[in-house]
Design a protein around this ligand. Structure first.
Ligand code: ZN
Ligand code: ZN
Length: 168
């Protein structure tokens, strides 16, 4: 899986470089680092998370630069956002048609593909509200690790792998 993740972020980076060249945006080392941080993760991080990660390699980067860079990339269609545009908006470098699984407890977001969801028709009622740029399905639930935690909370003394019916 590791190699496919690597080639995916390389593909994203190639697309960024081509687009930046076409629109005349200068890719400074900071901008590249910020984009690569986002392109290399499936976490759909917010700007502050990207900032903290980039800061470890580039201590001079500022949160303001990260914000401005992300929104600039957004304006050029190089990244997408999730959720409403307010503080805490999360960014996504996956430009291919996809949908999201969101954990309601920990906020984990993962991409998934679905031909069925791609084929969904946007209702006319939506078109009356305004133009449609994009439509994604958001599936919400409890992720595997949150489910495990919930199970542990229910059975505080259960040992991993212990048989529930076992008695002394
Ligand atoms: Zn979770
Ligand atoms: Zn996504």
């Amino acid at each position: 899986m590791r190699t496919s993740e690597q080639s995916r972020s390389e593909r994203r980076l190639e697309h960024l470089k081509r687009t930046a060249k076409a629109v005349g945006v200068k890719l400074t080392p900071q901008r590249l680092e910020i984009f690569q941080q986002l392109a290399g993760t499936e976490e759909h991080p917010d700007a502050e998370t990207i900032f903290r990660a980039v800061q470890q390699r580039m201590p001079t980067v500022s949160l303001d630069t990260v914000y401005r860079t992300l929104w600039m990339l957004h304006d050029f269609g190089l990244v997408k956002t999730l959720g409403p545009h307010r503080s805490g908006v999360r960014f996504d470098a996956n430009l291919e048609r996809h949908h999201h699984y969101v954990c309601v407890r920990c906020g984990l977001v993962r991409d998934f593909e679905s031909e069925d969801f791609n084929g969904l028709r946007v209702p006319d009622a939506v078109r009356r509200l305004g133009s449609v740029v994009d439509a994604q399905v958001e599936v919400r639930g409890l992720c595997e690790s949150c489910q495990r935690e919930q199970e542990r909370a229910k059975k505080p003394h259960a040992k991993p792998g212990s048989n529930e019916r076992s008695t002394p």
